[in-house]
Design a protein around this ligand. Structure first.
Ligand SMILES: [Zn+2]
Length: 120
């Protein structure tokens, strides 16, 4: 039996999801989920810590010119104007993450949970 083990992680850049019928690319950085609607050239930043906003609210979306991804370093830039002068730069969060250390901490925590120590 062969199962696809990466059903929603397509490629090194982001994964695709659907918002109100539109296909949206999602790139995860350490603290933010970046949503890109390439058809409308609009993007939306969602903080991972806060409550999930209603992405069908068009007020949350901002226009962008293009998305530049450096697959080697995992950095990406959202270019906001045609000349490329205004851009937002971030880095993809991977697991384990060398930027925020998330994956390592999580796996350590899991190990401790599966081998509980009696303290009394
Ligand atoms: Zn991270």
């Amino acid at each position: 039996m062969t199962r696809l083990s990466h059903d929603h992680a397509v490629g090194p850049v982001g994964h695709l999801t659907e918002v109100a019928g539109a296909v949206v690319e999602v790139i995860e950085s350490c603290h933010t989920m970046w949503h890109f609607d390439h058809e409308k050239s609009a993007f939306c930043r969602v903080a991972k810590a806060g409550p999930a906003p209603d992405l069908t609210d068009e007020g949350l979306w901002h226009p962008f010119e293009r998305l530049e991804v450096d697959e080697e370093t995992g950095s990406f830039a959202v270019v906001l104007d045609p000349a490329g002068m205004r851009r937002l730069r971030s880095w993809q969060h991977v697991d384990p993450c060398r930027l925020c250390g998330a994956g390592r901490d999580a796996s350590t925590g899991e190990l401790e949970l599966t081998s509980p120590r009696r303290t009394s």
